[in-house]
Design a protein around this ligand. Structure first.
Ligand code: FMN
Length: 434
């Protein structure tokens, strides 16, 4: 437990055996008061899979989430093969190559994380919108060491968090992997209820918990169709979800509900817990650390000096998304090139659809303001120019925190995970203008 100014927060304990971890996991998902108050969100492409990043979080009682999204592009040589210069680019079997690498790299990332962090409780994020969603569920469910019955008994991941779309079959798919808890990411109580109804109707497993993501301020894709403000009300949302939980779950089970999006200060955590959430998740704060997969030079040259964070309708998944405006991001307009370069990373890609429509109409250029997310987000992952700079809206506020300023030199400072967690937990660090 973290005790600061008299108020206690539930923090994740350290575990020294698989058995200890298992017992705690059972309590986390059934008994009130065990789910750790602070966690971090999954961030594709591969921004959150560094073993050092994960163990620095678990060491401090924070529940980390890895990413299983488009991991092929987490390796610079695969980026070269898929999106590099035309002379060296793989033209045939691009989809097959990228999907095989997605799996291979996921297995490798989790194994490396477990070498450093054998018994920490670790979640993993997958986007429902990705083209290899079903294959990746299988790969995630089979990660780790198995016993003679084929059951996973260690070294895998513990919680599957699925966002960007409604994973309506997940309650059934997950039956094959009893060691895995699952939590859908939703932005409304109605969507949470839909997940409950679907699991019940299909004799699946009910979600073990819910991650409620603020549809206006969170980093990356947003859970709303329009750019306009959604009128999201955190209190009303949790009250309704608790009502649905009481309707669909056994009376003696406490289902954890986590709030994410715009959480940056201790008072945000306290407020969320006070109104009925079990925990909060942060994305942008942990992204801006030395140990995350976002190269330090982009943190200082692009993020900490950003004028603003834009919500645009440009995401190829057809959802608005929050990102730092990057004038250097050049979007391919040639429809033929777009179709040729596609690795089918998103199931229903609006960027690809626009290019196909253009070709059908005999046009050369696609009339689209969208982009290839695999290409552009992986530029950022590897510190190259012209990338897509996903960020939460909070960046506008937090970039001025003392956490990012070297008091001695007056220059920008990129904090370690340790410094970031200590800053966020300390009630002395107030939200500006409060
Ligand atoms: C660079 C970046 C990449 C992200 N990628 C994903 C992703 O692949 N899947 C997902 O469900 N959420 C993704 N998110 C959302 C985060 O997991 C988290 O929910 C969100 O950032 C929380 O809001 P905050 O940034 O205001 O803290 C991403 C966010 C950022 C900033």
């Amino acid at each position: 437990m973290e005790n600061l100014q008299g108020r206690e927060l539930v923090m994740m304990p350290q575990f020294f055996s698989e058995q200890e971890k298992k017992e705690y996991l059972n309590k986390m998902f059934t008994v009130k008061g065990y789910y750790p108050a602070l966690g971090t969100g999954g961030m594709g492409i591969d921004f959150v899979n560094n073993p050092q990043y994960i163990s620095e979080l678990t060491k401090r009682g924070v529940l980390p989430t890895m990413s299983a999204v488009l991991l092929a592009l987490g390796e610079p040589e695969n980026r070269e093969i898929l999106f590099g210069p035309k002379e060296t680019r793989l033209e045939k079997n691009r989809v097959k190559f990228s999907r095989e690498k997605n799996k291979e790299i996921l297995i490798d990332r989790v194994a490396k994380m477990r070498e450093k962090n054998p018994y920490g409780i670790v979640a993993i994020n997958l986007m429902h919108a990705v083209g290899d969603y079903k294959e990746m569920i299988k790969t995630i469910g089979n990660l780790g060491t198995k016993n003679e019955k084929g059951e996973v008994v260690g070294n895998g991941v513990d919680i599957l968090v699925v966002g960007a779309g409604m994973p309506r079959d997940l309650g059934v798919d997950i039956l094959e992997y009893p060691h895995l808890r699952y939590m859908p990411i939703v932005s409304s109580a109605k969507a949470a209820k839909f997940m409950m109804i679907f699991a019940k109707k299909n004799n699946g497993r009910l979600p073990d918990g819910f991650y409620i993501e603020h549809p206006d301020v969170a980093g990356g894709h947003l859970g709303k169709k329009e750019i306009a403000e959604s009128g999201f009300d955190a209190q009303k949302t949790i009250d309704e979800i608790r009502k649905y939980i009481a309707e669909y779950y056994d009376e003696d089970v406490h289902v954890p509900v986590v709030l994410g999006g715009g959480i940056s200060y201790r008072e945000d955590i306290d407020k969320a817990l006070k109104i009925g959430y079990d925990s909060v998740n942060m994305g942008t704060r942990p992204l801006l650390t030395k140990e995350s997969g976002l190269p330090n030079k982009l943190i200082s040259a692009k993020y900490l000096v950003a004028d603003d964070v834009d919500t645009t309708l440009k995401s190829p998944a057809g959802l608005p998304s929050n990102s730092v405006n990057n004038p250097e991001m050049v979007v391919e307009k040639n429809a033929k090139e777009i179709v040729k370069n596609c690795i089918k990373c998103i199931k229903s890609c609006k960027y690809l659809d626009a290019a196909k429509d253009a070709l059908k109409q005999g046009k050369t250029n696609a009339e689209t303001k969208s982009y290839c997310i695999a290409d552009k987000l992986s530029l950022t992952r590897h510190g190259l120019d012209g990338g897509l700079l996903f960020s939460g809206k909070e960046l506008r506020v937090i970039k001025n925190d003392s956490l990012y300023l070297d008091q001695e030199t007056g220059k920008a400072l990129i904090p370690t995970v340790k410094q970031m967690v200590e800053f966020v937990l300390n009630p002395k660090h107030k939200r500006p203008n409060n």
